[in-house]
Every structure is written in C-alpha cells, then in structure tokens.
Design a protein around this ligand. Structure first.
Ligand code: BGC
Length: 264
C-alpha cells in the first residue's frame, strides 16, 4: 500500500472519476474526504465503497477511513470551509485531488455570463482557492504535500462549442505549472491528470448518442472509452512517494486520443 497514514481530499467524488479516485486512494491505505455538491446519495455510496476498499475496521469505535462533506466549490468561502472541516475531522491533509468540474455544450455566440461563470467558477476559481487553503495548512504545519488536478485533453486540444470549458482547462494547465515552481520550496508537488473520453456522467449526452459515440471511438487508437479506474491508477501513483520528484507536468489518460491524426 502506497498511502498508509495519508489523508486525501477528493473534490467532486460522489460520482464518476472522483468516486473511482476516492476508492483507489483508500485501497492504497489513505483516509479520504469525499466532497460533493448536490448528490449526497452518491457521496454515501462512495463512502461505503471507501470503507470496503480500505480493508480496515469501520465500526463506530474504529478510526475513521472516510467522511463526506458538502461544499459548492464555486464559492471561495465554501472551498475554505471544506479544507478547514477536513482538517478538523482527520487532524491533517496530505493530498488534494482537485477533481470537481463541469462543462456546458453551447455555441460560442449563445454563451451567457451565467454559463461562463458557472464553468470558470468551479473549474478554475474553485481549484485556485481550494489549493490555496490546502497549501496554507501545509505551510502552517511545515509538511510537504501533493496537489493533483483533474484537467482534460482539452487543456491542449480545441473542443468547439465548449469554449468556456477549454478556457478553464487551459488556465488550469498554467496554474499547475506556476504552482509547481512557486510551491516547490515547500515540498509541494503539483501535477495535472488529463483524461480523454471516459465513461462517466459528464459524458451522458455522448454515451446516449450512438452515432456521436462511434465517431469519438474512431478517434481513440486504443479503441475504447476510458474507465474511471484508468484515471484513478495514475492519480494513486502521483499521490504516492514514488512521485516525489515529479512536478509541473500533465499526464494524459486518453487511449491515444490527443495526438491521433490519420489521413482518410
Ligand atoms: C470532456 C468530455 C469529452 C472528452 C473527450 C472531456 O474533457 O469532459 O465531454 O468527451 O473530454 O473529448
């Protein structure tokens, strides 16, 4: 087990990639804070699976291996409160996985200010201030830590009709690079994991449309959509001591999608 005695906060872990990450980190021995915004049932399901995965005792009298905490990360106050409450419940945090994110499919000319804010407030501002609160805690307690952002192939690759989303992921790429340098003296590593097309609720529209799905599959050299577990394995590595010398980079989990170009 790679993460014994570590405490991880995984934002947006009531479903999809975040849920798989929470479970995988627990398998590696970490205690996990499961954050959710609007799916308490999903968060409870993650908690149940985290408890199972941890293989530790989880009766009332046993040490806690997981907890669910509600917070809407578009609010700076709620992001700060989430970090504070996690530390209060577990005594510390070692690993932050900034996973919560959303996207909106709209023609550029129809995007409203509210649409734009919704995407940027969670995908960029939320990550900025959650990370800031986490790093303040590490600095105060004089401990190293790991920040892993769940970005997207669309931090590089254009995605027409998803311009606010791409702007947020492109911004996240530069936030990661900047912080990797600025926070290195504190022993904090910062990396991005960039999934391609993974079968999760964010992709529901695509998964329900066979024609669109077939077109996407044609672009994936490995010939299938990714599974949340494909992403979680890489996150577990980046969260572990095996990745202590690894900072400032993006790692793609996309079946080869990003760099695939074929004639005909
Ligand atoms: C998006 C998905 C999309 C995938 C591949 C992800 O970042 O969330 O909607 O299918 O990239 O384009």
């Amino acid at each position: 087990m790679k993460l014994e005695n570590k405490v991880a906060l995984v934002t947006g872990s009531s479903q999809g990639i975040g849920q798989a990450i929470a479970i995988r980190l627990a398998q590696e021995g970490a205690s996990v804070v499961i954050n959710y915004r609007s799916h308490p049932e999903g968060a409870e399901e993650t908690l149940r699976r985290v408890q199972e995965a941890s293989g530790k005792c989880y009766m009332a009298q046993c040490p806690k291996v997981g907890a669910t905490i509600q917070a809407d990360l578009s609010s700076v106050r709620e992001a700060q409160e989430l970090v504070r409450e996690s530390i209060e419940q577990f005594g510390k945090l070692d690993i932050l996985v900034n996973n919560a994110g959303l996207e909106k499919n709209k023609d550029f000319i129809d995007v409203s200010e509210a649409d734009y804010d919704k995407v940027l407030d969670v995908n960029l501002k939320g990550i900025f201030f959650t990370t800031q609160a986490f790093v303040k805690h590490l600095k105060e307690t004089n401990r190293p830590g790991k920040v892993i952002n769940i970005s997207s192939v669309h931090e590089e690759l254009p995605f027409p009709h998803f311009t606010a989303y791409c702007a947020s992921k492109g911004g996240l790429k530069m936030m990661m690079r900047n912080l990797a340098i600025e926070l290195a003296p504190l022993g904090v590593t910062v990396n991005n994991v960039a999934p391609g097309a993974i079968a999760t609720p964010i992709n529901k529209e695509l998964l329900d449309d066979k024609e669109k799905l077939d077109a996407v599959l044609k672009n994936i050299p490995l010939g299938r959509l990714g599974k949340p577990e494909d992403v979680a394995g890489l996150v577990a590595f980046l969260a572990s001591a095996d990745a202590d010398y690894t900072t400032g980079a993006t790692y793609y989990v996309d079946g080869g999608l990003l760099w695939n170009y074929q004639e005909q």
